[in-house]
Write a protein that binds this ligand. Structure first.
Ligand code: NDP
Length: 249
């Protein structure tokens, strides 16, 4: 349970990558300013987080299950937080999708929107009434540079982040009147499992519906150059965790 004076921070998608590092960095804060509720949709994946948290686990860091794609899971998770009191909500969970649009089914596209857009909407809807009532709170959203700029073959991912940014920019105005802040973080490439998962999906892709020129452009031009950009510009999840900590301080 949080000590008085500690801020309660709930983070989505802490099984890996940026969410995991934010959770650990805040839980290990030298002044113990944060009580971290690290959430993940499958608690069987908790080992990496528990190991990285070390002594903080069970003290300044606790775990709860949360699937941002499920209304029930979101409600249950927030109801499990004492007095539903969350000072800082960090919407980090997200999925990527890469490839020619002709080859991507509408079902796959909906999965991306379910997570990256409706996942954030669900969380904000659930915590907002209590934050407004208390007239305090801070909501952080992990967007992307692709929430600002379209990028070829990232059409659907980019659209999901644009949609989320539009929603959040509009919400921020309403929330500000209740002293609730909303901030967006827009990282460039970051070395996490995100990239690996997308490349695994790409390796399985059979390109139904796409013409030969598009497939060639995707495989021979886009993929190698995007790998080079990742190598050259890629930040670490700790870089983004540090930036997030600065935003909430
Ligand atoms: P990872 O793939 O390492 O982490 C994504 C996290 O989201 C995982 O914990 C994953 O859980 C979780 N997640 C996915 N779907 C759900 C769901 N339905 N409910 C709850 N959790 C879910 O990627 P990153 O750490 O890189 O990504 C974190 C955020 O940063 C994302 O929003 C991403 O869009 C954004 N971002 C990433 C960039 C990058 O280059 N890596 C660049 C810019 C922004 P599980 O293990 O269960 O799949």
């Amino acid at each position: 349970m949080a000590n008085s004076g500690q801020k309660v921070v709930l983070i989505t998608g802490c099984s890996s990558g940026i969410g995991l590092r934010i959770a650990v960095m805040l839980a290990k804060d030298e002044k113990k300013r944060y009580h971290v509720i690290a959430t993940m949709r499958d608690l069987k994946k908790k080992d990496k987080l528990v190991e990285a948290a070390g002594d903080a686990y069970g003290k300044t860091l606790v775990l709860l299950p949360l699937d941002v794609c499920s209304d029930e899971s979101v409600k249950q998770c927030i109801n499990n937080v004492k007095d539903r009191h969350i000072d800082i909500l960090i919407n980090n969970a997200g999925v990527g999708l890469l490839g020619p649009v002709e080859s991507i089914s509408i079902e796959e596209m909906k999965r991306v929107f379910e997570t990256n857009f409706f996942g954030v909407v669900r969380m904000i809807k659930e915590v907002m009434p209590d934050m407004k009532k208390r007239r305090s709170g801070h909501i952080i959203v992990m967007s992307s540079v692709m929430g600002l700029q379209g990028v070829v073959f990232n059409d659907v991912y980019t659209a999901s982040k644009f949609a989320m940014e539009g929603f959040c920019e509009s919400m921020a105005v309403q929330l500000m009147k209740f002293n609730v802040r909303l901030s967006m973080i827009e990282p460039g490439p970051v070395h996490t499992e995100f990239e690996t998962k997308m490349m695994e999906d790409v390796a399985k892709m059979e390109y139904p519906g796409a013409d030969a020129d598009t497939v060639r452009y995707f495989k021979d031009v886009y993929l190698p150059s995007s790998t080079d950009i990742f190598e050259a510009l890629g930040q670490t999840p700790d870089d983004i965790a540090k930036c997030t900590k600065k935003v909430i301080e």
